[in-house]
Design a protein around this ligand. Structure first.
Ligand code: KIV
Length: 293
């Protein structure tokens, strides 16, 4: 469904979707990607800190700053009409103090996002989320593989594979629901564990590498479109291979320039209509046709 015919998606609408319809979420990082995600009908557009990897070329998300995130969030907001825009709080923006965390969450709202996403569910994180919620800011939780903890976890690995780790995830999910999160991302969690969490909480779960039982799914824009060919995680389904198509298109353009086939003098060039103007400039040598360079 096109964005023109859609109502603005709200936080309560996402909460109410649980049990009645599946939620489709995509990441976007700039004006054109946000427009396309919105036109495609996404319920939620996440300005993910994954932009550190797919847009800025870092090996992980840890170098992404608040300034980076706000810059991209503003562009995404300008490109969005209907989707709910969620800003991903970057590393160290909610780790130093509760006051700084609330201020940073508020900066996303002032940039035009309707909610923020915060990674993790340990007790100190729940206190931060409580304070952000107290400032009337909706929070999306995120547990399982939390990429900002990559050094602690020891790599981008599936989480919750044994009973103890799964139990920790259940407890975190319950604490995040209790803290007032309106939805919960489950990243790289075994399908059985994600299904159990989805059944046990009243807020919608949104899976990425967490199997089909979640209430919604999210994938990274560049992964879906094949714009980032470097690495394809198991859970990614590619719906296009745009990197190859774009490189082919760009190399055809460069070839046309080098071979003098671009621009075409008739269809891709402007002309002086009045020959008197040309004569005023060139005298009697005014060209009748422009020769190729
Ligand atoms: O940064 C991101 O893109 C994310 C999603 C993958 C959930 O956190």
């Amino acid at each position: 469904m096109g964005a023109e015919t859609r109502k603005k998606v709200t936080v309560p609408a996402i909460r109410d979707a649980k049990g009645s319809r599946r939620i489709g979420m995509l990441t976007a990082y700039d004006y054109p990607s946000a427009r396309m995600v919105d036109l495609a009908g996404a319920d939620i557009t996440l300005v993910g800190d994954s932009l550190g990897m797919v847009v800025l070329g870092y090996p992980d998300t840890l170098s992404v700053t608040m300034d980076d995130m706000l810059h991209h969030t503003r562009a995404v907001v300008r490109g969005t009409q209907s989707s709910l825009v969620v800003g991903d709080m970057p590393y160290l923006s909610y780790h130093v103090s509760i006051e700084e965390s609330v201020r940073n969450a508020g900066a996303f709202i002032r940039a035009g996002a309707q909610a923020v996403k915060v990674e993790g569910g340990k007790p100190s994180r729940i206190r931060v989320i409580d304070a952000i919620r107290d400032a009337e800011i909706p929070v999306m939780g995120h547990i399982g593989l939390t990429p900002q903890s990559v050094n602690d976890i020891g790599g981008f690995k599936v989480q919750g594979k044994d009973a103890d780790a799964a139990k920790r995830l259940f407890d975190e999910a319950a604490a995040l629901e209790e803290a007032g999160c309106f939805s919960l991302v489950l990243e790289c969690v075994p399908a059985e564990i994600a299904a159990y969490i989805t059944e046990s909480v009243k807020i919608p779960t949104i899976g990425i590498g967490a199997g089909p039982a979640c209430d919604g799914q999210v994938l990274v824009y560049h992964d879906i479109l094949g714009l980032f060919e470097g690495f394809k995680p198991k859970f990614v389904r590619r719906y296009a291979s745009l990197e190859g198509e774009i490189v082919t298109a760009l190399s055809h353009y460069l070839e046309d320039v080098r071979e003098g086939r671009f621009p075409d003098v008739e269809t891709e060039s402007f002309h002086v209509a009045d020959r008197a103007e040309l004569r005023a400039l060139y005298g009697e040598k005014a060209p009748i046709r422009v020769a190729k360079g």
